[in-house]
Design a protein around this ligand. Structure first.
Ligand code: SAH
Length: 573
């Protein structure tokens, strides 16, 4: 792939939103698992029908196992059981993800496990949790009680009458109860109204603002839907209860505070759709908070699911590929002569079009179009349809792994060949955000490699959040501080120029520095910078001119500026 081709790839993004999400494999994986659970439930539905077979029985058994396993986790796992956790923290994310999957698995709640399931559910509802987590518990509960209406009287009514229950838990039970009344089958709706409405009404007087407001909204919706306007003329003939409900209904409908409260929570009640809420598309739609957190815009979700349905085999292979790449992560820097030849083939004219009028400028999402990936693997196994179809047949056979390994090494060789011959040495850096940021920057500018002191940080969640999978694509080498000297000497012998990015007595301003094509760039420690004994090994130090009073830039920012300057020089050669 020539430099020109790579540039044009960057220029034209295929459906940026879709691939951007796919690039974030975590979400990709989660959507796939949700769809898989859903498909598993479809298969399990064949049990006890004419279509029952070994697969459907196995699907039912494994679905139930996944469900109980996840419920056991949310009740007993030390993190997932936590009641105090920060919003948007890793624990918050894990809780949401666990309950999202539990919702999709709600179809596996069966006569033989419903007791166990509901006891875990009530333990979780009782515990304090953020609304964005609680919403999934409520969705799961509603699914269960709509499926097992007899449990409403046995379990829900006594809970609603436990007036000393935590207001947060009571609010959830009121929401669950109201939705069961609103979404129950017609023939049992009035029975649910009869058993659930009486214990809900007193909560209209709760001293707990949220619980009271919440109950008002729910009672309003139930009365609007199920208590038609009275048609018996004068109120004299009306029963006392009826009169009370009539007045309650008109109060809730016309009182300005109630109306304002309803407006502020508009769409909250309607957001719950029993049919959709536990489907993959439903669980990734958030009804409480802003749409972003751990969710997927509905439009994208549909496309993801269609994509998954269409290209499931593709997905299976790419996940296998990921697994192989993680295994083969010890990527060595490619020094074959072809690199220099590609580098020297550049025509040197400036390729960056400057936007004419800034006001029309808008953010453009860069993504690596899927078809290019396949194109890169042109010599590999993928191209002819027939071998692709046999892939499904031979999926578990070693041949698939060999083919994948082969195509993988071809792709990685091409990728490495087209990498820029600059290596960033970040062995002195220990803050994860800086290292993760540098990994992303190195990937974006196709650096030949990034050296870090300890590679186990690649597994760190915070690292992965910031690096957005860059560590899968850019070669990361483990160079502990004690072996930096050896590493630099070795690179020197391999023809690399050794540069330091540091403010030193003799450092060259970046705008007057010309980077040799083969460059190793050493970055300093967050506070102390580059130790003098390392500086003495370097050919030169580069300094980014500063105009302000703050002593220095952040090391990741400095590294990014220097890497862009190197890239700019290579491009304009
Ligand atoms: N020399 C800095 C050291 C800490 S900054 C100081 O005395 O405060 C951390 C690292 O960021 C430095 O080691 C260097 O690699 C990089 N850095 C920060 N500001 C820089 C600048 N203006 N020019 C070059 N590198 C810089």
């Amino acid at each position: 792939m020539t430099r020109r081709m790579r540039y044009h790839c960057c220029q034209k993004a295929l459906d940026p939103e879709l691939t951007e999400v796919f690039i974030n494999t975590e979400l990709y994986a989660r959507v796939s698992v949700a769809v898989m659970f859903h498909k598993l439930a479809d298969m399990a539905d064949l049990v006890r029908s004419a279509g029952e077979n070994m697969n459907s029985l196995a699907a039912l058994a494994s679905g139930k196992m996944f469900l109980l396993e996840l419920l056991n986790l949310v009740v007993n796992d030390k993190d997932l059981a936590k009641e105090l956790y920060k919003k948007y923290s890793a624990i918050h994310r894990r809780k949401i993800r666990a309950w999202q999957m539990i919702c999709v698995l709600s179809r596996f709640v069966d006569q033989d496990n419903v007791e166990k399931v509901t006891s875990s559910l009530h333990i979780s509802i009782y515990r304090s949790n953020l609304p964005s987590v609680r919403q999934y518990m409520e969705t799961f509960a509603i699914q269960i009680y709509l499926k097992f209406p007899l449990l409403v009287g046995q379990q829900l009514v006594p809970l609603l009458r436990n007036y000393n229950l935590r207001p947060q838990a009571l609010s959830s039970y009121v929401f669950i109860a109201a939705n069961i009344i609103l979404h129950a089958k017609e023939e049992i709706q009035s029975r649910h109204l009869d058993e659930l409405f009486p214990p809900i009404i007193p909560l209209l007087t709760s001293h707990h603002h949220t619980l009271r407001g919440f109950t008002q909204i729910l009672v309003y919706h139930v009365l609007q839907k199920l208590l038609p306007a009275s048609d018996c003329g004068s109120s004299f003939t009306m029963s006392l209860e009826k009169k009370c409900f009539e007045d309650l209904k008109s109060y809730l409908a016309h009182n300005s505070d109630c109306a304002r409260l309803r407006a502020s929570m508009d769409g909250y009640i309607d957001a719950f759709d029993p049919m959709k809420s536990s489907l993959p598309a439903g669980i990734f739609t958030d009804r409480v908070e802003e749409l972003e957190f751990e969710c997927v815009p509905a439009t994208l979700m549909d496309r993801v699911i269609n994509f998954l349905n269409d290209t499931r085999e593709d997905l299976r292979c790419s996940m296998a590929k990921d697994a192989v790449s993680i295994k083969n992560e010890s990527f060595r820097t490619n020094e074959d002569p072809k690199c220099t030849e590609i580098l020297n083939s550049n025509e040197g004219e400036l390729l960056i079009p400057l936007p004419k009028d800034i006001s029309y400028d808008f953010q453009r999402k860069i993504s690596f179009p899927k078809h290019d990936m396949q194109e890169m693997a042109s010599t590999s196994f993928w191209d002819n349809k027939s071998s692709y179809i046999s892939l499904l047949d031979i999926e578990n056979e070693d041949q698939l792994l060999d083919n994948l390994l082969h195509s993988r090494s071809v792709v990685m060789e091409k990728l490495s060949a087209s990498r820029q011959q600059i290596i960033l040495v970040a062995s002195l850096i220990d803050r994860i955000p800086n290292l993760a940021g540098l990994a992303r920057t190195c990937e974006v500018f196709r650096a030949a490699g990034l050296a870090v002191a300890d590679k186990t940080i690649l597994k760190d969640k915070q690292f992965q959040l910031i690096s957005v999978t860059a560590e899968k694509w850019v070669p990361v080498m483990e160079v502990p501080e004690r072996s930096m000297k050896f590493f630099l000497e070795k690179k020197k012998k391999e023809g690399f120029a050794l540069f330091g990015l540091e403010q030193t007595a003799n450092s060259v301003p970046l705008d007057r520095c010309v980077f040799p094509t083969k460059t190793v760039l050493v970055l300093g420690r967050e506070k102390e910078g580059i130790p003098v004994e390392i500086i003495h090994m370097l050919d030169s130090c580069v300094e980014i001119p500063q105009l302000g009073v703050v002593r220095s830039l952040n090391v990741h920012v400095s590294g990014a500026i220097a890497l862009w300057e190197y890239t700019r020089q290579q491009i304009s050669q």
